[in-house]
Ligand binder design. Structure first.
Ligand code: BGC
Length: 731
């Protein structure tokens, strides 16, 4: 049985049982009226009161997990277990609502939606008595095939940070602690426990640490999860530099640092390296191993107390000892969250190609739609691994089309295995069609009946890509602990090619946590929609987009290359054949690389089509004495249907001796506009966000000079331009 199934079984078992009740005789002995029990007392005073009451044994017990997904209780003091769960877009404690994945949320560029998803997940946790949500994942998209890209928010640290912060604030507003993970430089799944990520400090500060820094400083995240990988030779779980100096020191993080599951590898270095909670069980931070080190003074009492203090700072700040965490007023299957799931799917789908304006389909003209491909039905809502949650109900593309198209449109599902071809286009586990020669003696007539359907249809909808619900060992599985292939799973390209030949009105819908190889087919396909993993309402949203009931508004949160060889991490990203994991591309990740090398991407970062068009005008820039500035400009919907535009602001720094990206995203705003409507929108950028990390001085440095400001609809379409000047020392 593969590891994700084993884990799911363990979790199902764990969640069958309520929190261990405190035995009656112990209950009577629990002190009452003490400062640590008094919600009106300041948090630090409560901790000061509690710490001396705990024995050494109890303190050590508290810094190691129990029962896989919770902390240990101290029943004699009335301290219960605190419970945790994955995952980022659907809580993994029994069936639950499943929202559009992180990459789809990033494609919406919608900060309000990120907050709503956070609130919804917080409520889903409270309905199950969960204290800590093990999310969001804030690693960056470095290569298309990294197995967990779908959980993250794309290639840009600002977009990741902004959406992550809103999500965290939403979760924590419900009395549930969020966990920023996987801290840090865990951008691949291949050999994620063994490979050392080599990343220079400037690259870490400007890219990979940035979203985490924002989560601490802007969102006040309560938990951090150290990753599996060593970073520059030291396991993150042992890294004094990462946990003590940067996170807790410089950033003043007040919460707790836990390990990823079984990521701790030692006792002494882990205890002193800033880890506060070893999960899921105390393999290294246990009494037997720690007590001698404490007795010998190698781990101080103060170090141990600080870990316990951090755990209880979260507990008391969140009110977990002052009210039941289980809120019975919230239904487990919460209908209030349906709209959040649907909005997330609607906003997170990106229309990448629409030649000849085949979309939107007009239900008055379209009489027959055929639906093909392995991902058409059942719904492909979510990727695999710990982010996989069991949805309460989900709508597939096929079902969504039947619901949305209306009674006058025939929606026909053609099984994948019926396509005529001489090539291998069988679904995994099915007999390749190459073995069937239609029309030959003893074989079905060519074309088979349903092929006449694929030809006479007004439109063919092909649903391809990856899947988190199939067998983990299969070529179409995408998820944790495994990087996927770059090519579409076997047979899918052949299917696309076969269908396009039969019916040029072909729409391809893709499920994947990143780009896939398109050479050979993208030129022939008129319509491509990237749905990522759109959650349980994905089929409805896709059908609404196809029939123009919803205008697509998502924009790519990563650069889509013409070929993998064009990407920044090509040659550096770890594979079976490579020895290490050296982030040699440095700060030039994603669009920063394409710009620097003058390479044309297939679809640029920030790109997405709409059924309407938008015009930009009147850029005005207003600087404050401190060097912060505000850009105001007008966006107009000059088409005939309502739509939402994501306006993006990039800043190009003055040239200095330091190689810097040509321009970087520094702000964005999503605006809904009726036909003909225009709005003035504003984006404020802080001076400190214009700097680069100087490894020599170990400081952020803003070079004096002129900064070009560019505003528009994608990283490669920036029609409005202006400039601001930064001086050496602003007021
Ligand atoms: C994953 C984490 C997850 C943890 C608990 C690990 O394998 O990397 O993201 O939170 O398991 O399920």
């Amino acid at each position: 049985m593969d590891s994700s199934k084993v884990r799911y079984l363990i979790l199902s078992f764990v969640w069958m049982f309520p929190i261990t009740p405190i035995p009656a005789q112990e209950k009577d002995a629990i002190p009452s009226g003490q400062i640590y029990q008094d919600a009106s007392q300041p948090v630090e005073a409560r901790i000061d009161d509690l710490l001396p009451r705990l024995t050494l044994e109890e303190k050590i017990n508290l810094i190691g997990g129990g029962a896989y997904m919770q902390t240990h209780a101290v029943s004699r003091l009335g301290i219960p277990e605190f419970r945790m769960t994955d995952g980022p877009f659907g809580v993994r404690a029994g069936p639950s609502r499943v929202y559009a994945c992180g990459l789809a949320l990033a494609a919406s560029w919608d900060i309000d939606q990120a907050r709503k998803v956070g609130v919804a997940l917080g409520r889903d946790c409270r309905a199950r008595g969960i204290n800590i949500l093990l999310a969001p994942g804030m690693n960056l998209y470095r290569a298309p095939f990294s197995g967990r890209n779908f959980e993250y928010f794309g290639e840009d640290p600002l977009l990741t940070g902004e959406l992550g912060c809103a999500y965290i604030q939403g979760v924590q507003s419900q009395g549930v602690a969020a966990t920023m993970k996987h801290f840090v430089a865990n951008e691949q799944e291949f050999n994620r426990r063994g490979l050392n990520s080599e990343v220079d400090e400037r690259t870490l500060r400007e890219l990979y640490l940035k979203p985490f820094e924002m989560a601490v400083k802007k969102a006040g995240v309560w938990c951090a999860m150290d990753s599996y990988n060593p970073l520059n030779g030291t396991h993150t779980t042992e890294s004094d530099w990462l946990n003590n100096q940067v996170l807790k020191g410089e950033w003043e993080f007040k919460g707790l640092v836990m390990s990823d599951w079984k990521a701790a590898v030692s006792t002494l270095a882990t205890a002193n390296g800033g880890l506060d909670l070893e999960m899921p069980s105390p393999k290294f931070l246990n009494s037997q191993a720690l007590q001698p080190l404490i007795n010998a003074g190698q781990v101080t009492q103060a170090t141990l107390d600080d870990k316990v203090r951090r755990i209880f700072r979260v507990v008391f700040s969140m009110g977990w000892m002052d009210r039941p965490q289980l809120d019975n007023s919230i239904p487990k299957d919460d209908p209030q969250n349906d709209q959040v799931a649907l909005d997330g799917a609607r906003e997170g789908i990106v229309l990448l190609k629409n030649s000849g304006n085949i979309l939107p389909l007009n239900p008055m003209n379209v009489k027959k739609v055929v639906v093909l491909g392995p991902n058409a039905d059942p719904a492909v809502a979510v990727g695999g691994g710990s982010a996989h949650a069991n949805y309460t109900h989900a709508v597939s593309v096929f079902q969504g089309l039947k619901d949305v198209a209306g009674p006058n449109v025939d929606v026909i599902r053609v099984p994948w295995s019926i396509l005529p071809t001489g090539t291998d286009i069988a679904a995994p586990g099915k007999t390749p069609l190459a073995s069937t020669t239609y029309g030959a003696e003893g074989n079905p007539p060519f074309p088979p009946a349903s092929i006449d359907d694929i030809k006479s249809a007004d439109v063919a909808v092909i649903c391809v890509g990856y899947n988190g619900q199939s067998a983990r060992t299969g070529p179409d599985w995408e998820g944790e602990d495994k990087d996927r292939a770059y090519d579409l799973p076997p047979g899918q390209v052949a299917m696309i090619e076969a269908v396009v030949k039969l019916n040029p009105h072909t729409v391809v819908i893709l499920n994947a946590g990143g780009s896939v190889a398109t050479a050979g087919w993208i030129g022939d396909v008129p319509v491509l929609l990237d749905a990522f993993y759109p959650g349980q309402a994905g089929g409805t949203a896709l059908a609404e987009i196809l029939f123009g009931k919803v205008n697509p508004s998502g924009k790519l949160p990563f650069s889509w290359e013409k070929r993998w060889e064009d990407c920044a991490a090509y040659g550096n990203f770890p594979t079976e054949a490579s020895k290490g994991n050296d982030y040699k591309e440095g700060v030039f990740l994603g669009y920063r690389w394409f710009d620097r090398k003058g390479i044309e991407p297939l679809f640029p970062f920030g790109f997405g089509l709409s059924y309407t068009t938008f015009a930009y005008s009147n850029l005005e820039l207003q600087s404050s004495p401190s060097g912060d500035f505000t850009a105001t400009f007008t966006v107009q919907n000059n088409g005939t249907v309502p739509g939402a535009e994501i306006a993006q602001l990039y800043v190009a720094p003055p040239s200095t001796g330091v190689p810097r990206p040509m321009h970087e995203l520094k702000g964005f705003v999503r605006t809904a506009l009726q036909p003909g409507e225009s709005k003035q929108v504003g984006i404020t950028v802080a001076r400190e966000d214009l700097g680069y990390w100087d490894p020599a001085t170990k400081k952020w440095t803003v070079t004096p000079g002129q900064y070009q400001i560019e505003v528009g609809s994608s990283s490669r379409d920036l029609g409005l331009k202006g400039s601001v000047t930064q001086v050496e020392k602003p007021n």
